[in-house]
Design a protein around this ligand. Structure first.
Ligand code: GLP
Length: 241
């Protein structure tokens, strides 16, 4: 696992955007696996600037997002589809038809998960997967548990994730209790993985993922088995390493 040390959040965002930009320049029709949360927003802003400056072209890029809350439709400003539109897709020259997020308001969860899984396979897998870490070491919404789940699936969010994500909602009651998430297989089959981690609150997740045992109790620890992972962390996130 390669660890890139960044001074602060902005530096981390620029460095992550450099890697994503290089991916898109070297392969115009890249499949990018994308993440939500506060960690990647700065990198998305960098990508927008570079696209606006004419230095980056997303016209042939396809994206697959990691996850979506159950029960939130795309017009809900807390849905991950809304987040992606507002923080990236609306500002770059990507074809909206080539942007994919699990459907959180599907009638049939099982067939939606199967559809998403097939879609990723049909695209030929993911060229570059961008990840953030949850405080408990979750990736996407693969929460700590007794086993790694391979496929796209529905999860019950843990109390700590509900607490952490509450900051974006008006009250805890509004935070969905379930989500659809890409499983560990599609993430681990990505040809390159870039993780952005910022802040002291994530230091334990970084330490446990990088140095701890590989265990479903810390889902991100599975990344130790991947050949091409780059962790871009600011100083506080690295403070326990
Ligand atoms: C959510 C997302 C994760 C993300 C995590 C951390 O749980 N499902 O993909 O990595 O939040 O978010 P943040 O970057 O805001 O700390």
């Amino acid at each position: 696992m390669k660890i890139v040390r960044a001074k602060d959040y902005d530096d981390m965002s620029r460095k992550a955007a450099d890697i994503i930009s290089a991916q898109v320049m070297l392969k115009e029709n890249s499949v990018l696996g994308l993440a939500t949360g506060s960690s990647p927003i700065g990198a998305y802003q960098q990508l927008i600037k570079r696209c606006e400056a004419g230095d980056l072209d997303f016209s042939q890029v396809t994206t697959v997002n990691l996850d979506e809350y159950c029960g939130l439709d795309p017009s809900n400003d807390q849905s991950y589809r809304y987040f992606m539109n507002v923080n990236l897709f609306n500002h770059i020259n990507i074809d909206p038809a080539n942007t994919n997020v699990p459907n959180g308001i599907c009638q049939d969860t099982e067939s939606e998960c199967a559809r998403y899984e097939n879609l990723i396979q049909k695209l030929g897998g993911i060229d570059l997967q961008l990840l953030g870490f949850g405080h408990n070491g979750h990736i996407g919404f693969n929460e700590p548990g007794s086993a790694f789940v391979a496929e796209t699936h529905r999860v019950d969010l843990t109390e700590s994730t509900i607490q952490a994500n509450m900051r974006n909602f008006n009250s805890k009651d509004e935070v969905p209790r379930q989500a659809l998430t890409m499983g560990i297989r599609a993430i681990m089959q990505a040809r390159r993985i870039v993780v952005v981690v910022s802040g002291e609150g994530k230091a334990r997740a970084v330490r446990d993922s990088v140095r701890g045992p590989i265990t479903p109790q810390v889902p991100a620890s599975i990344l130790q088995l991947h050949r091409n992972v780059t962790l871009v962390c600011d100083e506080p996130a690295l403070s326990l390493l």
